[in-house]
Structure formats: structure tokens, C-alpha cells
Design a protein around this ligand. Structure first.
Ligand SMILES: NC(=O)c1ccc[n+]([C@@H]2O[C@H](COP(=O)([O-])OP(=O)(O)OC[C@H]3O[C@@H](n4cnc5c(N)ncnc54)[C@H](OP(=O)(O)O)[C@@H]3O)[C@@H](O)[C@H]2O)c1
Length: 210
């Protein structure tokens, strides 16, 4: 599959940075906030020129890959029908200060991405782009081969989907570390070792596997 278009649900800090990186890499970008696209049109035009500010339904429908960048506790407002059949990157974290106690929403033994996969049961969810802060995503993106490149960890149940996400992550400026299935993504969540990691691929691999 060729990746032409990226949808981003959430036009906040991380959503806008991902829109910038995806535009820079040459993708068509459709970005959505929670309500009327007019509310994010000017921010989008200034901060991510060339990206289209659209409704969340349109962003989902028009894009080859859709990135979730909304507060995790708002998951039920995702356009589930329009995301059916799509490859979806879960860049969200359960953040108690914003979302309330995790145990109120996500079962203790499940990773948050398994929880999102269960909700989006007609989509294919891969966890990625969640463990690095938005400012580091912005500042640390580098061309392929640059020795200073940092790595993004990826977890997903389907190797073909993981490979597509790997290609996308590489194209926007980061190396990758493949963790395994979605359950393995738990290590990237707040309170776990991978959260906040901004490391080279070798460092991140060794950090997460030892
Ligand atoms: N901040 C970081 O450094 C960082 C890094 C990696 C991952 N993350 C994760 O990424 C997610 C977003 O974080 P953030 O810091 O970017 O939050 P943020 O600045 O508060 O932005 C959240 C955005 O989500 C939008 N939104 C809410 N429900 C939506 C829906 N159903 N469809 C489309 N958009 C919706 C909000 O729109 P309105 O303003 O219209 O409500 C807002 O634009 C969180 O899960 C966070 O844990 C954050």
C-alpha cells in the first residue's frame, strides 16, 4: 500500500506537530478538532501550511492512515463508523490529570491501545508516536541516515500494519523500534519505562528490553 494521505484527529499540541511533520514529508494531511473545522482553520494554516482543516469524519474517510491525538478519555467521540477498515495509529496516553483515574476507563490488565482496539473493533490499531513529548517530536525529527536520529517505538498485532507505520514514522524523521503486539505497548504508557523516552534506536531497544 502506498501512503498518500494522513488524517489526524486532534488539533492540539501533538496533533499540530504531527501535521507539520507529515506535511514536511509530502503527505496530504487532513486534521480535525472536536467540532467545527473553522475553529482550527487559522491555526492549521499558520502552523501546518497546506494541511486541510476538516471534520473528524472527513479526516477519517479521506486518509490512508489516521492518527489519534485526542485526550484518551474522549475515545467515545471518535468517528468509529468512518474509521472502520482503516489503519489507525494510537498516539494517545491515559493522563490522569486530564482523563481522571485510568482504572475508571481502561481495565488494569489491558494496555490502553488494546482498549482502543476493542472499541474500534472494525479498525486496525497500532500504537506509535505516543511516548515522545510534542516539543521533542518537533525538535528531533531528522532525515534518514542522520546520526542524531531518535527512535519511536511501535506496537501492533499485524506485522503488515506495523511495517506501514514503520514506513510512515521513518518518513517523518524518526527511526523505529518494534516491540511486538499491542499488549507490549503498555511499556510506553505513563508510569512505565518507555514513557517520555527520546533516545536513539539502539538505546531505546536496550532500555525497553532489559
Ligand atoms: N502533549 C504531548 O507532548 C503528547 C505527546 C504524545 C502523545 N500525547 C497524547 O496525545 C493526545 C493529545 O494530547 P495533546 O497534548 O495534543 O492535547 P491537547 O493539546 O489538549 O489537544 C487535544 C485535541 O483533541 C481534540 N479533540 C477532542 N476530542 C476530539 C475528537 N473526538 N475528534 C477530534 N479531535 C478531538 C481537541 O479539540 P477541542 O480543542 O476542540 O476540544 C484538541 O484539539 C493525548 O492522548 C496525549 O496523551 C501527547
Amino acid at each position: 500500500m502506498n501512503i498518500h494521505s494522513i488524517g489526524i484527529l486532534g488539533a492540539g499540541k501533538v496533533g499540530i506537530v504531527l501535521a507539520q511533520l507529515a506535511r514536511h514529508a509530502g503527505y496530504e494531511v487532513y486534521i480535525a478538532g472536536s467540532t467545527d473545522p473553522k475553529k482550527i482553520a487559522l491555526t492549521t494554516k499558520i502552523l501546518a501550511p497546506g494541511a486541510h482543516a476538516v471534520s473528524k469524519e472527513e479526516a477519517a474517510l479521506k486518509s490512508d492512515i489516521v492518527i489519534l491525538a485526542i485526550p484518551l478519555s474522549k475515545y467515545a467521540s471518535l468517528p468509529k463508523a468512518e474509521l472502520a477498515g482503516k489503519l489507525v495509529i494510537d498516539a494517545m496516553n491515559y493522563w490522569d490529570e486530564i482523563d481522571g483515574p485510568r482504572s475508571d476507563t481502561v481495565p488494569e490488565l489491558e494496555s490502553s491501545s488494546e482498549f482502543i482496539q476493542a472499541f474500534l473493533d472494525q479498525s486496525r490499531v497500532v500504537k506509535a508516536l505516543s511516548h515522545m513529548g510534542y516539543h521533542e517530536l518537533h525538535d528531533m525529527a531528522r532525515p534518514a541516515g542522520d546520526a542524531a536520529r531518535k527512535a519511536i517505538a511501535i506496537a501492533g498485532n499485524n506485522p503488515q500494519d506495523v511495517a506501514l507505520v514503520e514506513r510512515l514514522v521513518n518518513s517523518i524523521g524518526f527511526n523505529t523500534v518494534i516491540l511486538g503486539d499491542l499488549a507490549k505497548g503498555r511499556v510506553l504508557e505513563p508510569g512505565h519505562s518507555g514513557f517520555g523516552a527520546s533516545l536513539s534506536a539502539d538505546q531505546l531497544r536496550s532500555y525497553l528490553t532489559h
